[in-house]
Design a protein around this ligand. Structure first.
Ligand code: FES
Length: 121
């Protein structure tokens, strides 16, 4: 069964049609073409799919998309978040690629765009 959900995605309200069985990761990548969250293990272990949901890191490969109804992200709530705060929120992510450098750069860029009101896509 499909349903329509409302979310705040990178600071912007979105209305999405999702299937009950779809993961949040699948919807982000395949329907919204947002490729920042990646599929690694697909089992909630590696952290490659981590997204911030109401300020808390979650494995989007394990979360069903309908459960994102009405939720948003850290930078939507706190566009002035410091690097230390961003690192704290990402504590469950096991990045082996860059030591979190690229992740922090991406978070800073999204925060700057949110403050400037220029959008995040
Ligand atoms: S893909 Fe590894 S935790 Fe989700």
């Amino acid at each position: 069964m499909s349903r329509r959900i409302a979310v705040i995605l990178n600071g912007r309200p979105e209305s999405l049609e999702v299937e009950d069985y779809e993961t949040l990761l699948h919807v982000l990548r395949e329907k919204l073409k947002l490729f920042g969250a990646r599929e690694g293990c697909g089992q909630g272990v590696c952290g490659a799919c981590t997204v911030l949901l109401d300020g808390q890191p979650v494995s989007s490969c394990l979360m069903l998309a309908p459960l994102a109804e009405g939720r948003s992200s850290l930078l939507d709530e706190r566009p002035e978040a410091s690097d230390d705060e961003i690192r704290e929120y990402l504590a469950g992510n096991l990045c082996r690629c860059t030591g979190y450098v690229k992740i922090l750069e991406a978070a800073r860029e999204v925060a700057a765009r949110l403050r400037a009101g220029t959008g995040t896509r």
